[in-house]
Write a protein that binds this ligand. Structure first.
Ligand code: TRP
Length: 334
């Protein structure tokens, strides 16, 4: 039997190159690996935990995300793409799990702590937000997920998931839930064009998979380089230079990138020349995505999501039958 991979994204809008190096590239590789069966969920319920008052945006955000998935080559025949809320048993499983985690433990989750500091809930934290790691544990375990490709910020969620699995199996004397391991992307986190922070939609420093030729050109032009590299002839710094970070991430010829670095360090390579090379590299990559994107119709997205959710429901139901039997809530089955 194939091991199941479960991963997902919150539908918060268009995806960018940071998502591409951070998770999408791994998913493309994993979908070709015959040892695994990959499930990618669009975590709309999780997105609601901090955006419940903007639920009107959620549908179009889901469509944007799927359009991005398809444009980079995620193949719905190989990867099951579905919507979290359409697998209602995830919510049911979350209810069982809520009893197995203390509020103190949730408040100690390092990722939640960081997010709470950023989000300013005005001293009124929604219970749903504090509990989303529990909901995420249900996301993973309901599909018997064993491998979870995520960013390193998600490690506390995996740990929480495995704690719940241990407790559930022990308390209800069962082995119906599987433990999982995180699969962290081998590619380093991509910087934003500002050179100050990681690429992020909210910081407005990202290049989107759906950016136009003009957008890309403009963003490369604005990229942070080495502010003390004023004359072409003087030596420049490669470390912290965003153009080099992107060349390393996206240029197909590693040796050429090394040569450019040497030349830049020595002096004689201007920022404009360098940026033109990067622009060409990014245009080549993103024009393929753009071409594919233009062909994706809304009806196609709808039918992919419906079929994916249908398949996900069937698997989830198999786990739930065991869960209900273990807890003893399968009252009408003799
Ligand atoms: N919390 C994850 C993120 O922000 C998204 C997510 C939701 C997820 N459910 C999941 C990831 C299940 C892996 C498995 O990136």
């Amino acid at each position: 039997v194939k091991k199941r991979i479960v991963t997902g994204d919150r539908p918060t809008g268009k995806l960018h190159l940071g998502h591409y190096t951070g998770s999408l590239k791994s998913r493309l590789l994993l979908q070709e690996n015959s040892e695994y069966e990959q499930f990618v969920m669009i975590a709309d319920m999780q997105a609601l935990t901090d955006n419940f008052n903007q639920s009107y945006k959620i549908k179009s955000n889901i469509y944007e995300v799927v359009r991005d998935y398809l444009s980079i080559g995620l193949d719905p025949n190989k990867t099951t793409i579905f919507i979290q809320s359409q697998v209602k048993a995830i919510s049911e499983l979350t209810m069982y799990y809520l009893n197995l985690v203390s509020i103190a433990k949730l408040e100690r989750n390092p990722t939640i702590k960081i997010e709470l500091a950023q989000k300013k809930f005005n001293s009124s934290i929604p219970a749903g937000f504090l509990c989303y790691p529990i909901n995420q544990a249900a996301d993973i375990t309901i599909f018997q997920g064993e491998v979870v490709p995520v960013g390193s910020d998600q490690l506390p969620m995996i740990e929480q998931t495995n704690e719940i699995v241990s407790r559930f199996n022990r308390i209800y004397n069962t082995n119906c839930l599987k433990k999982c391991t995180a699969y962290i992307s081998p590619f380093p986190k991509l910087m934003g064009i500002d050179g100050q922070h990681k690429a992020s939609k909210s910081l407005n420093n990202a290049i989107f998979l759906s950016d136009t030729e003009g957008d890309i050109k403009e963003k490369v032009k604005q990229m942070y380089t080495d502010p003390s590299h004023i004359h072409i002839s003087s030596p420049g710094k490669v470390e912290g230079n965003v153009v080099f970070a992107y060349l390393e991430a996206f240029h197909p010829d590693k040796q050429e990138v090394e040569e450019l670095k040497n030349q830049y360090r020595k002096g004689g390579l201007g920022d404009m020349t360098l940026k033109n090379i990067l622009n060409k590299t990014l245009q080549e990559l993103l024009c393929h995505f753009r071409e594919k994107r233009a062909k994706v119709k809304d009806e196609e997205i709808a039918s992919i999501l419906e079929a994916g959710s249908h398949k996900a429901n069937k698997i989830a139901e198999e786990t739930m039958q065991q869960v209900r039997a273990a807890v003893g809530t399968n009252y009408f089955i003799s």
